[in-house]
Each structure stands twice: as C-alpha cells, then as structure tokens.
Design a protein around this ligand. Structure first.
Ligand code: F6R
Length: 248
C-alpha cells in the first residue's frame, strides 16, 4: 500500500485529485468508481477547477458510484445522485449517459443489483476506485458484519452510520435506513483503489483497516489483500497508525 501523508484536508484533497487526474490523463476513457460524503468534496473541487482551467477533460470518462440511499429520488438533495451532480458532473464535460449511480427507487432491487455488477464486469471492472471510510471501518456501505458480501446488494445501515450521516438531514429520523451498495467483488476487482481519509475521527478506522486483522468486522481491512491501493490521508487520520509504529 502506498501512503501519502498530507498535512490537512486541503492537501489530502489536492493529492487525491492528482491521482484521479493522472488516471484520466493516462486513460481518457477510464471507468472511475466514485464516492460521496464529506471526504471527496474537496477532491471534486480540485477536479472541477482543473477542468475549468482546461487541464482535464471528462469527455470519455465513465463512472459508477459506490452507493445510494434506498427510497431517495435522484433529485432529493441528500441523494448521492444529487451529490454527484452538484459536486462534479454538472461542472465538467462528462457525458450524463456515462455516469451511473445506483437507483434508490428501484422496484426490483435484486435485478437492479445484478445488472449493476454485470455492467461493471462487462467494462472489465473499475480502473480507479475512490473510497472514503466510515468511522466503523465501512467502505461503500459494506457495514461491519460476520462476512463480506461480494455482490452489489441492499444493506441495512448500521446505527453508527445513521448517527454519522444525520448531520446531512433535518433530523436523524429522516436518514434512510437502507442503501444499495457495491459489494466487495466490484471494489476488489478495481485495478487501483484510492482510499482517502481526513480527521481524527477516522484515525481508528484507518489504523484497523491498514494494519489490523483482516476481518468483515472492519470491512476496509479487506483492502490489505488488494495489490494496488493508494492511501491519501491527513496527519489526523494517520495519527493512530503512526502511533502504532507503522512507517508512513
Ligand atoms: C460514500 C460511501 C461511504 C463514505 C463514508 C465516509 O459514497 O461509500 O463509505 O465514504 O461513510 O463518509 P464521509 O466522507 O462523509 O466521512
């Protein structure tokens, strides 16, 4: 695992954006696996800036997002489709038909999930998968459990995830209780994984994911088995890993 140690959120965001931009320059029609949440917001801002400066084009890029809340329409301001439109897609030259976010309103989740995986497989898997990590170690919405789930699936969100995400909603009761998430098959099938983390509240999850036991109780720990992971994190998020003696 290659680790970039950055001083703060902005430096983390910029570094992560350089990794994504590098992928796009190297492979203009790459399939990007994208994430939402607070972590990648700054990264998307850099990518939008560089696009506006003419340094980058998304014209041939294709994307698949990790997850979406069950029950939220694409135009709901807390849906992940809405997040992607407002943080990235609406500001760059990506072709709308080339972007995929799970459909939170699907009436047939099983068929939808199978189709999502079939699309990813048919593309030869994701070229670069961007990931944040939950405080409980989740990646995508693969929550701590007694087993890893391979396929895209409907997940019951952990109470701690509902607590963490309540900050985006009017009240905790408004947070959806389920999501559709890519499974570990698609994530681990990615040719390269870019894991990002910022802040003290991610320090424990990063330490467990990077150097703890490989266990579905800390879903991010499965990344230790991936041959090509880049971790971009700030000092605060790396603090426990560093304190545990891992050289970064
Ligand atoms: C988002 C996703 C989640 C988040 C994680 C961290 O698409 O898959 O795993 O990356 O919950 O969220 P933030 O970045 O808001 O701390």
């Amino acid at each position: 695992m290659k680790i970039f140690r950055e001083k703060d959120y902005d430096a983390m965001s910029r570094r992560a954006a350089t990794v994504i931009a590098g992928e796009i320059v190297h492979n203009p029609s790459c399939l990007l696996g994208l994430a939402t949440g607070s972590t990648p917001e700054g990264t998307y801002k850099y990518l939008v800036d560089w696009y506006k400066q003419g340094l980058l084009s998304f014209q041939s890029v294709r994307s698949v997002n990790l997850d979406e809340y069950v029950g939220l329409a694409p135009d709901h301001d807390q849906s992940y489709r809405y997040f992607m439109q407002s943080n990235l897609f609406d500001h760059v030259d990506i072709v709308p038909e080339n972007t995929r976010v799970p459909d939170g309103l699907t009436k047939d989740a099983l068929a939808f999930c199978a189709g999502y995986d079939a699309y990813i497989r048919a593309q030869g898997y994701v070229d670069l998968q961007l990931l944040g990590i939950g405080r409980n170690g989740h990646i995508g919405f693969n929550e701590p459990d007694d087993h890893f789930v391979k396929e895209t699936h409907v997940v019951d969100l952990a109470e701690s995830t509902i607590d963490a995400n309540a900050r985006f909603f009017a009240s905790r009761d408004d947070v959806p209780k389920q999501a559709i998430s890519m499974g570990m098959g698609a994530i681990m099938g990615a040719k390269k994984v870019l894991l990002c983390a910022s802040g003290e509240d991610k320090a424990d999850a990063i330490c467990r994911a990077v150097s703890g036991a490989i266990t579905p109780q800390c879903p991010g720990s499965i990344l230790q088995l991936h041959p090509n992971v880049v971790l971009v994190a700030d000092e605060a998020a790396l603090s426990k890993l560093i304190a545990s003696g891992v050289k970064v």
